[in-house]
Each structure stands twice: as structure tokens, then as C-alpha cells.
Design a protein around this ligand. Structure first.
Ligand code: DOR
Length: 433
């Protein structure tokens, strides 16, 4: 079983009177839950001395898992560290994150993986899983040592932030990934078709005079990945789906039994390219914000199960890096501390999903894809729990973020609910009260 790194010792806690939703088992009832010495117990009374958390009117969910997070350590401590990024995760209700490998140096060998896991074991407030690069230096020219990365503990492969353009190299990467049944995550972007693009190609890029990054650049690589997954039998996961046609391609491939999966991010659901009207770099990310027709396709894909994962693409950047002209700013926004409230607003309050279906995309679905022993409240599972108050409106204030970075387009937004307690292995690592 893959190894999670965190600095949190196991604890015990009794959670009283909440609505327990465990999508893995279909359980949905008001009941009490005991975590004893870090493990979910089947005992439903409180042993003496165990702290009690009242959860009346709240949802008791398996600890949320975000499988797309940039922690920036090593090498990017002006943006984030494993300590600050996992504090932000805990504040957002997340008990596990998958760290992306586009650090400095990039995580393309066992030494960097060992360093990340060591730092997480010393400083992380939530479980940190690590991914390794597909190619050496993320340059897309030569395969990374996939067997050594696997032995070092990676749970997935990706060149996220970059995309392997060479189809033959990607084919070989998938052949290797399949040997270890490792999930390969792909940032789908054809570099020729998106060359120079800084926002979605369409009406707004024309009006604003900014170079466009058209949806076909995503679609082309999604189609490539579907074909290569079929050829090799390897599992491929499409990261940050943003294009309506990519949703259709994934839907059609799944219907044929292709081993493809996909994720959606809150910003692509909440915003369109019209938000860039004021050239505000907080609306710049990769892939870019697209159009209403794309948003509608993402909602439909979430509703019919084409998209089984919700995640943030938490991509911190320092203010001095973002406060430049739009074309020069780095791509990316922070997301860990706002995503749960945004998903509730857009998907639950928006009538797209019910709580069990939405929570599945944040718990058991990522756990299954990555092969983690988490994402469920079954007795014997690790005692990771998120308590959510769905009726606790709050206003986003980036000045209060635990993340070191403030690059959010959602400052000032009113969100309907949030995590009140984040519990890792029976220890409360975040408590709003
Ligand atoms: O917007 C993005 N930022 N997209 C990516 O794929 C990479 C990320 C980053 O690392 O900043």
C-alpha cells in the first residue's frame, strides 16, 4: 500500500450526531463515529477520556483528497512550502493531497522523491502523496526512471505544467506505467496549436488583443491519450478538463471501456474567459478559462459520471510574480481553501449533484484511482474525517489564507458552507471553532 507522509501522530476522537456520508459503502445516516488510535472503529459509544466533537446539523465525510496540488517544495518557498500548503489543505477540509512534481529541482528521480517525503514526514499537517515526472527534467525528451520512482513511493506519474508532445515517448511511458499499474496524469496541451497562447482563443481574446490557447490544443492530446490507453492498456487520467469537446471524447471512450478518467476544477466551473476583461492576472491559469458552452459540458460530465474527480490545481504564485502584465504572469491560482465552498455552491446548491455523489469525487474516487487505503469511513480504515457545515456562509478573504500565496480570483465571494474540522488519523488538525 502506498505510503503517506505526514507529521501527525495518531489520535482518538468521538464525533457525535452528524450526518455520516460514506460514498464508498452508500452509508448516509445520522449516527456517531469513533476513531480510536488513528483508525475508524465499529464501536459507537465514547470510551472515557476520548475527546468529543459535536457534529449535529453537519456532514461527517471521509477525509477529502485533492489529487492535484502544487506544494512548491523543494525550490519554491516564496510561493508555498509543504508546511504552509498542508496547513491550507487542512483549513480547506483536505486530509490528503497529491503533490505535483514540477518543483525545483523537478521530482524526476528517487532522491527528490525521498526529500519530499522526508520534509512531509517532518512538517506536513495532512497526508502527502507524491507523484513523479514522466520525463527527465520534464523536458519531454527522455523517460524518467519509472521503476525507481515507483520504488521510491510515487503513486502517479505526470509532467503536469508540461505535456509530453512526442507520442512515441508517451506510448513507452504508458507501457512502463502499466507494468506497475501506476496512473499517468496528463496535462493535455498541444504546443503547436496553443503556441504563445495566454487565454482561451475566442471572442474575448480578440477583444483584449491577447494570444489565444484554443480548445483543440487540449482535445488533440485527450484524443491521443485515449488511443494510447487503448493500445497499451495503461490507465490515463486527464487533468483539469476545460473543453467541451474533451468532455465528449472522454465520455465516448469510457463507453467503449477505455481506462481513462478525468477531473474538473472549481475555476473552470465558476468562471468564463469574460472575467479577463480587466486583464487581472488572478484569472490566468493553464488550461485557461473558457466559455459558457464549456462550463455546461463540464457540469453535464460531472452529472453523468464522465468526470469522476474534483480537485483544485492549487498553484500558488507570489504577488510580485503575478503583479505584472497579463501576458507575462505565470499561470495558476490557489484553490485549497476555497474549493469545498465553491463546489457546494456550484454543484450542490446549483442542483447538479447530491452530497454523496459530490463527496465520492473528493474521497473514494481519487483513493481508488491512486490505490490509496483511504477515502472511506469503513471500520479499520485510517481515521481521516472532514466535518462540513453546509449552512455556514462565509466570505473569502485571501489575507486570511494559510497558504503563503494570495492569487485567487474568488476574493470577496460569498460561499455557503465550509469544513469545521479536519481530522487526520484521529487527530484534529483544523478546527474552525
Ligand atoms: O495554471 C497552472 N499552474 N496550470 C498548470 O498546469 C501548472 C500550474 C503551476 O504549476 O503553476
Amino acid at each position: 500500500m502506498p505510503y503517506a507522509s505526514s507529521a501527525i501522530p495518531p489520535g482518538s476522537v468521538f464525533i457525535k450526531g452528524g450526518r455520516i456520508i460514506d460514498p464508498a459503502s452508500g452509508r448516509d445516516e445520522v449516527a456517531d463515529l469513533l476513531i480510536e488510535n488513528g483508525i475508524i472503529s465499529n464501536v459507537t459509544s465514547a470510551p472515557s477520556g476520548v475527546p468529543v466533537v459535536g457534529a449535529q446539523g453537519r456532514i461527517v465525510s471521509p477525509g477529502l483528497i485533492d489529487m492535484h496540488v502544487h506544494l512548491r517544495e523543494p525550490g519554491g518557498s516564496q510561493k508555498e512550502t509543504i508546511a504552509s500548503g498542508t496547513r491550507a489543505a487542512a483549513a480547506g477540509g483536505f486530509t490528503s493531497v497529491l503533490a505535483m512534481p514540477n518543483t525545483t529541482p523537478v521530482a524526476d528521480g528517487p532522491n527528490t522523491i525521498a526529500l519530499m517525503r522526508q520534509r512531509a514526514a517532518e512538517t506536513a499537517r495532512v497526508n502527502v502523496y507524491v507523484s513523479g515526472c514522466i520525463t527527465v527534467g520534464m523536458k519531454g525528451e527522455q523517460l524518467a526512471p519509472i521503476g525507481s520512482l515507483y520504488k521510491a513511493g510515487v503513486v502517479a506519474l505526470t509532467d503536469d505544467g508540461h505535456c509530453v508532445q512526442n507520442n512515441e515517448l508517451m506510448r513507452r511511458a504508458l507501457d512502463y506505467a502499466r507494468m506497475f499499474d501506476l496512473l499517468t496524469l496528463d496535462h493535455c496541451q498541444d504546443y503547436e496549436l496553443s503556441a504563445g497562447g495566454v487565454m482561451h482563443e475566442g471572442y474575448w481574446s480578440t477583444v483584449l488583443g491577447l494570444p489565444g490557447w484554443p480548445r483543440i490544443a487540449e482535445d488533440m492530446i485527450v484524443a491521443r491519450n485515449i488511443l494510447l490507453s487503448e493500445l497499451t492498456g495503461a490507465r490515463v487520467h486527464v487533468q483539469h478538463l476545460s473543453s467541451k469537446d474533451s468532455v465528449r471524447l472522454v465520455r465516448e471512450a469510457k463507453a467503449r471501456g477505455v481506462r481513462i478518467s478525468a477531473e474538473a476544477m472549481p475555476h473552470h466551473l465558476a468562471l468564463t474567459d469574460a472575467a479577463i476583461e480587466g486583464y487581472d492576472t488572478r484569472f490566468k491559469m493553464n488550461p485557461p478559462l473558457r466559455e459558457k458552452i464549456d462550463q455546461d459540458a463540464l457540469f453535464a460530465g460531472l452529472a453523468d459520471g464522465t468526470i469522476e474527480i474534483l480537485a483544485s490545481d492549487h498553484a500558488p504564485h507570489a504577488s510580485y510574480e503575478k503583479e505584472v502584465e497579463f501576458a507575462d504572469a505565470p499561470f495558476g491560482i490557489v484553490g485549497l481553501e476555497t474549493e469545498l465552498g465553491l463546489f457546494q455552491k456550484l454543484l450542490i446548491d446549483g442542483g447538479v449533484l447530491d452530497w454523496p455523489t459530490m463527496l465520492a469525487k473528493l474521497t473514494i474516487n481519487p483513493a481508488r484511482l491512486l490505490g490509496l487505503d483511504r477515502g472511506t469511513l469503513a471500520p479499520g480504515a485510517p481515521g481521516d474525517v472532514t466535518i462540513i457545515d453546509p449552512a455556514l456562509p462565509w466570505q473569502v478573504d485571501s489575507a486570511k489564507f494559510d497558504s503563503l500565496s494570495r492569487n485567487t480570483p474568488f476574493d470577496g465571494w460569498e460561499l455557503p458552507g465550509r469544513a469545521t474540522h479536519t481530522i487526520v488519523s484521529g487527530s484534529v488538525v483544523w478546527n474552525l471553532e
